[in-house]
Every structure is written in C-alpha cells, then in structure tokens.
Ligand binder design. Structure first.
Ligand code: HAM
Length: 480
C-alpha cells in the first residue's frame, strides 16, 4: 500500500504535468524552432533508425572467403590424397571437450594450458574448453571407442579448427586450422620416419619445400636426469635470463631452451645438451629414425634446442620450416612421439606418434606466391585451364537448365552458370568476367531440336552440338 505522502506526491506531479501541457502546446514548440533546425532533427532521427548494426569476427578469427576458397580446397585435396595413400583413415572429434583432458595431457606450466585455453563453464557447471589441438582428443577417442581391439597400429588423419587465445600476429590466430596424422599402437622408429615423410611430402606436393628440425628429448627418466643438470646451470646464469625465463626455471625449464629472447639465446648456447643425457636405448632409437630419414632422402637438421611446447612428448620431436627466407621462422607443422599419453589418460600402455600441419600458414604462403604471380602478369595454374559457362535464354530453356546441369555433373563436368539471370547479355558478361573459354547456349530453338550452341569466347565461332553428345564435347574442351 502506498503511504499517504506518496499518494500526494503522485497527485502533485499529475497537476504539474497538466499545467505544463496547457502552457506549452506542441504547436508552440515547433513554431519556436526554425524550420531548418526541425528538418535537421527529423533527418538525424531517421538516419539513426536507418543506421544498421553490423557484426565483425572476433579478434584472431577469420572467414575463409571465395578469394582463398580454391587454395583451401586444393590444400584439403592434397592432404586427403597423401594421407589416404599412406593408409591413414579419416576421423573427426568434437570441438568442445572436457577441459581436464587437455590440462592433463598438455600439462600445467605450458603456455597452451596456462594462458591460451578457451575455457568456460557449461550450463551444468562442468569445465569445458574449445580444443587447442587434436592429439589429446584422439588419445581420448582411441580409449573411449575401444580402438585397442583393432589391428595395431591404428593410423588416423584429421583436419579442423583449433582454438588458442594467443596474441594474434602474422601466421598466428585464435581460431586456426590443423590437419594431422596419428599412428597409435606401434613403437618402431620407422613410424616416426613415416610420419615425418607424410608431413614433408604433403607440403612438397603443395609446392612448399621444407627443412625438418629434429631432436630427441628421451624418455621421462632421461629427461628428469637432464632437468636436474639444466636447472643447476640456469640458476647459475639466472641474472642474465629474460624475466619470463626466470619464472620458468622452476615451472618449465625445458621451454627456456627454445626461447626467442636474445638474452636467453646467449645463455642457452653454453647450456648442457639433452642428447648427452639420453640412455643408450633412446640414443639408438633416435639414430634409427635418422637412418630412415636418410634412406628416404628427407632433409633434416639436428636442433638440440627443440623441445616443443606440449608436455606429452617423449623421444622424437620435430618441426617443419619452409625452405624460403621470407617464411623461414614460422613452423608449418610439428609433432613427435607420445608413448605415455594413452596410459596417462586411463588407457593401456600404448606407444604413439603423430604430427599436425598449420593450414593457415600453408595457405598464407600459397596465397602470397599466387599474388606475386598475378603482379608479374602470370595467371595462376587453375586460371590457365579451359572454363565452360552455361547460359540459357527464354522460359523453356530456363526450365530445362537444371536437367542439363545435373546431366553434366553426373558426367563429372562442372560448368559455371547463373540461372537467375534471364538476359543473354548479362550472362555473357559474367562468362567473360570469370574467364570462360567457352559458353554453352540453350535457347528456345535448341530446347525444341535437342541441341546446344557452343561458343568459343576467343574466336566467336559457334557450333551446334547434339545434346546427347554434349558431355563428350565439353570433356574434350576441358581436357585441351
Ligand atoms: P603444435 O606445434 O602446437 O602441435 O601445432 C602444430 C602446428 O599448428 C604449428 O606448427 C603451427 O603451424 C600451427 N599452429 C599452432 N598454433 C597456431 C596458431 N595460433 N595460429 C596458426 N597456426 C598455429 C600440436 O598441436 C600437436 N598436437 C601436434 C602433434 C600431433 N603432435 C603429435 N601429434
């Protein structure tokens, strides 16, 4: 119940309002302002209403637009061909996973877990995250789907989006694409060499020559012995190290080995080398991997500072760098052996190894090369090929178009077209724009007599072709 005083106030307000109304009518207000001011106000309010709200991608995330679509598809197609021909089966796993899967696998103290995970609470309060990589997901999937019962090793390949909340820069995004292969259930050094060969040859088939950087970080035991030695050395040089590395001495001393800070690089030149701390078995394993690479003629450099930023690795670790000065400091891919991971995640002890390629970086290189060719006036390879456009004129032809397009598609023929355009002139303009070398024209006459007109866009010469023979005719054009 409102109090008496409140009631009175409400009444008073009402009285004031009435008084105001009687004093200043809307008419008076308009009269008092100049006409142009009013017009401006009205215009402003209309503009405000019309102003559309637009949305942008989040920082570090991008669209793949038609401009790069062909390159992406080409990359996928090469990866699929190489991975399948080496006997890897295609798999997918969910983008959203339990956060602990990655915290346990990749390890606390790593940048990915400590700084970069897209981690949040799901509606039921459980901690989930957008996957920052696929190896842990694949290890989970191997255990969860009982893949240990399959003939070993299980060889899989995948591609998809990964998420790391890092500072975006050239070749580094928050949503990025990886493709990779994992061989689970075989401990032989030939597995490591085969994986390196698949990564190397995939990039080579895409036209990117690379150099493989390789190292061995030994078994967990080898590493524990080495870390004692390394930490002793780092403590003695603490004052010369970068602030970040000072913090890492106790948390993750191995990562100081591949720090990019100038002061750290100087200190690490004199640091004890992990290869000197490998057990005879680990050394033999590493030598065997290198011998396989020699036989396969895969170029590599031994990089004793390479440790990788994920905790699950043991023995072989590697990264691939473009053999091209402009991009030589961006890793195009990386991987290694992770013999302890499946057991660590609750499975049987199972040896495994794998790699992932960073597709955004691969596409970036291919795109820059294509732009260079275009600047030099050369057409990209796919634009040099013959292209066929399909144009239709009149309602009957328009109706018959879908039938003809599907007939050609079933014959494995792709033709460009725009069925929504009715004017032949507009369609021919489009054919020219996309660089079509030939246009198939279907008009009312052609519908009736079962033919199609084929126009050579360069010479202007037109031929009448029987619709039943059009597929073979177009195949010859496309193969020329
Ligand atoms: P990684 O070295 O963290 O390894 O990533 C592999 C590749 O993904 C990198 O070499 C790089 O090309 C690309 N990459 C990583 N982060 C980004 C980013 N923020 N933006 C763009 N590209 C990026 C792994 O992820 C392991 N799971 C590889 C593996 C598979 N090990 C064994 N099996």
């Amino acid at each position: 119940m409102p109090s008496k005083s409140t009631k009175t106030t409400a009444k008073k307000t009402k009285t004031t309002k009435t008084t105001n109304k009687s004093k200043v009518s809307p008419k008076t207000t308009i009269k008092s302002a100049s006409t142009s001011t009013v017009k401006k106000e009205v215009k402003k309010s209309v503009e405000k209403k019309d102003k559309k709200i637009t949305y942008n991608t989040l920082r570090g995330m991008r669209d793949i637009t038609p401009k790069n679509g062909v390159i992406w598809q080409n990359v996928y197609s090469v990866i699929r061909n190489v991975s399948n021909s080496y006997g890897f089966s295609y798999v997918e796993t969910p983008i959203l996973e339990q956060a602990n899967l990655f915290i346990r696998s990749i390890g606390k103290g790593t940048d990915v877990v400590d700084k970069e995970m897209y981690l949040f609470e799901d509606k039921d309060g459980s901690k989930v995250c957008l996957r920052p990589e696929m190896t842990a997901s694949m290890a989970r999937s191997y255990i969860e789907n009982g893949m240990q019962a399959l003939p070993q090793p299980v060889k899989v390949w995948y591609h998809g989006q990964m998420f790391r909340h890092d500072r975006p820069q050239a070749g580094r995004f928050r949503q990025f694409y990886q493709s990779g292969c994992e061989t689970i259930g075989d401990s032989g050094p030939v597995v490591d060499a085969e994986l390196i060969s698949v990564a190397y040859n995939t990039l080579r088939d895409l036209g990117i020559d690379t150099v493989v950087n390789i190292n061995s970080i030994g078994t967990l035991e080898d590493r524990q012995n080495y870390i004692v030695e390394l930490v002793g050395y780092l403590r003695s040089k603490r004052s010369y190290l970068s602030e970040e590395s000072k913090k890492r001495i106790n948390k993750n001393p191995l990562r100081i080995l591949d720090s990019k800070e100038k002061e750290d690089i100087e200190v690490m030149e004199e640091a004890p080398q992990i290869l000197d701390w490998l057990s005879p078995e680990s050394k033999k394993f590493f030598t065997d991997v290198l011998e396989y690479l020699d036989e396969a003629e895969i170029p590599y450099v031994l990089n004793s500072k390479l440790v990788r930023g994920l905790d699950y690795y043991s023995n072989t670790v590697f990264e691939l760098y473009a053999d091209d000065e402009e991009f030589s400091n961006l890793a195009l891919g990386g991987g290694g052996r992770y013999d302890g991971l499946i057991e660590q995640l609750g499975g049987q002890p199972t040896p495994a190894a794998g790699f992932s390629l960073g597709l955004d970086r691969v596409v970036m290189i291919l795109r820059k090369r294509q732009e260079k060719l275009e600047r030099e006036g050369q057409k990209p390879v796919e634009e040099k090929k013959n292209k066929v456009f399909f144009a239709q004129l009149g309602i009957q032809a328009n109706k018959k178009s879908l039938y003809i397009l599907e007939f050609l598609r079933r014959e494995g023929i792709t033709v460009y077209h725009n069925l929504a355009k009715s004017s032949l002139k507009a369609q021919m303009e489009m054919a020219n724009k996309i660089g079509a070398t030939h246009t198939l024209i279907l008009g009312q006459k052609e519908v009736q007599d079962g033919s199609i007109l084929v126009r050579n866009m360069d010479s202007g010469i037109q031929e009448v072709v029987d619709q039943k023979k059009i597929a073979n005719f177009v195949k010859k054009i496309l193969q020329a």
